[in-house]
Structure formats: C-alpha cells, structure tokens
Design a protein around this ligand. Structure first.
Ligand code: HPA
Length: 283
C-alpha cells in the first residue's frame, strides 16, 4: 500500500520523464497495448520500434512471470504510434497492487488516452470454446486486494470512483466489430479476477458461474481499475485458453494455457492491429 504519496508520484513522474526523453522526435502514442499470452508476436510487428527494457526505466518493476518479457516498445502499428507493454506485473508474483499498476500510472502521466489489456483466461461459461476470444464488459473481484486502498492521490483520480464504466463501451464495440469484420469468433463476457498463482478449485468455478462470470484469470482487473481511476479508456480481451477447473475433469496446466494462446495468436494479433487502425485518437 502507498504510504508516502508525494514520493510515489515522484517515482511515477520520474519513469514518465525517462520515457518522454527517450521518445524525443517521435509521434507521441495515445494508446498502450498490454501483450498478454499469445500477443507476444505483436511486439515484433511494430515499425520503427524503440525497445526500452523495464530495468532501464527508473522506478519500474521487472516482471518474473513465465512467457512474459520485460520491455516497453514504442513503434508504429497499423500506421499509428503505440506503446506496447511486452510483459506485465501480477499480484501473484509478490508485488503490491501499486507496483502491479505502476505502469498504468506512468501511462496516464504520459497522456495515454486508451489502454487495451489482453490476457489468457479460463472459460467459466459452458458455452465458451477454446481458444475463442472474449471482449470483457465487466468484472468481478470481490476477493482481491483492493487496488486503490490507502491514501488517494487526487492528481490521479477521485477517492470513490464509479465502477459502472470501467470498460469503455465504444472501445469494446469497436473491438467486437473488428472481430466480426475479420470473421474472428468473439463473445462479450464478465471476467472474474483470481489472485493466483494456484488455479481455482472446481467449487470456486461453480460459485463464479452462479455469480455471473464468463471467464477467469489472474491479471487485467487491477490495471483496468487504475486506468479508469485516471480517466484512461479501457478495452480488454481474453483468450480462452482452457475450460476452468472442474469442467473437463482434466487437471489445468500452464502448458495448455500457453499452447492454446499460441493457437489463437494469429487471430489475436490480427484483431489488435485492426482495432488500433480504427482508433480515432491513437496519434
Ligand atoms: N484460471 C485462472 N487464470 C487463468 C486460467 C484459469 O483457468 N487460464 C488462463 N489463465
């Protein structure tokens, strides 16, 4: 939890200044894309890329999750200047929530207007088909460490932010329309946040289904909450890499998640590229 707000803001602004200086002479991106499982190939699709390892950015954490790299890429995608986070930070890695969401705060201070979060998730809704894509319309995170606990930083946002529009409906519609036009299967759904790193129990999955969840995963919600707190518009997309615990009778494995994320990779990358193309404020 943040205790010294002035020190925290200084750390965020220090990281933002470093990135701003590194960007000198380039068109400043208005969108940040977080490359979840299966989206890694997008990192090499940017034109004129500038790659900044997280370890070079003062105050930035370094990600430890398997399959997650650790660099910020600035480049042109579909003719637009974008930030791409190749690797994110998860609560299960041991970071406090302000560290999980640190990059979101930096993006907000850099003036980013839209954040596209992508992730791998387990299918809770029995109609889901692996490896389909889901446009996240809302989330459930009752059991999570609250992201905004501690003193509020008024420069970032309000003390009690409304949560009715965490996921921007226009951006989400754009995502769904892009998928339809590319003939990629996508549904809309509610994402349940699971702290991890252990997968859920079958009883937890049955409970989540009754509560209205369509999919479940260990990321995205902290970042979406921090971004919407700062007024950044959020769109989020899951790739259903497995049916959630207890549905097929098979044990869940990280390999299954990575294999199915890779299977969906072509579609996920094509969809994100089309989405960026249609963003109106992306430069
Ligand atoms: N549960 C939680 N996180 C996940 C899952 C799951 O079933 N699949 C991919 N990430």
């Amino acid at each position: 939890m943040i205790t010294d707000t002035a020190e925290f803001v200084k750390r965020v602004d220090g990281a933002a200044d470093y990135i701003r200086n590194a960007l000198s002479g380039r068109v400043f991106p208005s969108v940040c894309i977080v490359l979840g499982s299966g989206l890694g190939p997008l990192s090499s699709m940017a034109e004129e890329p500038l790659e900044i390892p997280y370890k070079d950015i003062p105050g930035f954490p370094v990600s430890t999750a398997p399959g997650h790299k650790g660099s910020l890429i600035i480049g042109n995608l579909s003719g637009k200047s974008v930030f791409m986070m190749n690797g994110r930070f998860h609560y299960y890695e041991g970071y406090p929530m302000e560290t999980v969401t640190f990059y979101v705060r930096v993006m907000g201070r850099l003036g980013v207007k839209a954040l596209l979060l992508t992730n791998a998730a387990g299918g809770v809704n029995l109609d889901m088909k692996v490896p389909e894509l889901v446009a996240i319309t809302d989330h459930i995170s009752f059991n999570a460490e609250p992201v905004l606990r501690g003193p509020n930083i008024a420069e970032f946002g309000t003390r009690f932010p409304d949560q009715c529009h965490v996921y921007d409906s226009e951006l989400t519609d754009t995502l769904v329309n892009c998928a339809r036009d590319l003939q990629i299967r996508i549904s809309r759904g509610v994402y349940a946040y699971s702290k991890g790193p252990q997968y859920e129990t079958p009883a937890e999955i049955r409970a989540l289904r009754i509560m209205g969840a369509d999919c479940v995963g260990m990321s995205t919600v902290p970042e979406a909450v921090a971004a919407s707190h700062m007024g950044i518009k959020v769109a989020a997309m899951s790739c259903i890499t497995n049916m959630a615990a207890g549905i097929t009778g098979n044990p869940l494995s990280e390999q299954e998640v990575l294999d199915n994320a890779a299977l969906a990779s072509k579609n996920s990358c094509a969809l994100v590229k089309e989405f960026v193309k249609r963003l109106e404020f992306a430069d």
